[in-house]
Design a protein around this ligand. Structure first.
Ligand code: NAP
Length: 248
């Protein structure tokens, strides 16, 4: 497959989970990929090794997406190593559910910093390097449609991302740059295992409410991102694409 041939991508939070699958897919479709990680260098190195073993090209770069200087060096790494930047996938994110009485300013700031400030810093730093045909893809969530109880902060962050996606599609549109969001339903990842979601009543409720009758896997999401990054999606921008087996 070479639909992303000659394109260079950055995927934030690509050391594991949905981000790692997206990075592998973009590389399989021909892109050179910068694998961003926060703390899991080993995870990022494994993704790079898998991509290289499959004949692709990738580079692991550590950067906390909440830190402007680190984000700028992440973007610089793509330009210095690969000479251009065409695809930005804002995937790094965290989720911590709590009843409103139990929410704290710390929980609020951490989730809004990583899930909202992060994509804004990355998009801003990438902006001067993106040209016509480039694409930003934000990984949001179907929580912005199903509004689960005890998720005020997390759902708030993803609601902000949906809105920011449409705003940025207007800002970048005149330059021929597209901005879209992909909103997964519950996906089995390292993160959802660690959070205790996999195997919980919440998983059973998701399966019950999902027309396709199961929760998602990372392989359900990655091809949608690759499509949006490709020229096949050249007329698609400002869209919030629900990828949840029909759960809405
Ligand atoms: P995950 O398995 O926990 O992986 C999260 C990734 O984000 C890791 O690579 C982590 O890097 C990175 N990250 C976290 N904080 C970071 C920071 N400050 N700077 C840079 N990277 C950071 O998560 P996931 O389940 O794959 O979720 C990925 C995205 O999909 C998130 O935006 C999430 O909200 C969204 N989503 C997930 C689901 C789901 O059910 N899994 C559903 C809808 C939407 P390190 O480990 O290297 O620190």
């Amino acid at each position: 497959m070479d639909k992303l041939k000659d394109k260079v991508a950055i995927v934030t939070g690509a050391s594991k989970g949905i981000g790692a699958a997206i990075a592998r897919q973009l590389a399989a479709d021909g892109a050179k990929v910068v694998i961003n990680y926060g703390s899991s260098k080993r995870g990022a190195d494994n993704v790079v090794a898998d991509i290289e073993a499959a004949g692709g090209s990738a580079l692991a770069v550590g950067a906390d997406v909440t830190q402007k200087a680190e984000v700028e060096s992440l973007i610089r790494a793509a330009i210095e190593n690969y000479g251009r930047l065409d695809i930005v996938v804002n995937n790094a994110g965290i989720y911590q559910f709590a009843r409103i009485e139990d929410t704290t300013e710390t929980l609020y700031r951490k989730q809004f910093d990583i899930n909202v400030l992060g994509p804004m810093l990355v998009s801003a730093a990438a902006a001067p390097h993106l040209g016509a045909g480039a694409s930003i893809i934000n990984i949001s969530s179907n929580v912005t449609r199903i509004h689960p109880a005890e998720s005020a902060i997390y759902t708030g962050t993803k609601g902000a991302i949906d809105a920011i996606t449409v705003v940025l599609s207007r800002e970048f549109g005149p330059r021929g740059i597209r901005v879209n969001a992909v909103n997964p339903g519950l996906i089995e990842t390292e993160g959802t295992h660690t959070a205790g979601v996999i195997g919980s009543d919440f998983q059973a409720w998701n399966e019950d409410q999902t027309p396709l009758g199961r929760i998602g896997q990372v392989s359900d999401i990655a091809p949608i991102v690759s499509y949006l990054a490709s020229d096949e999606a050249r007329w698609v921008t400002g869209e919030i694409i629900l990828a949840s087996g029909g759960m809405r």
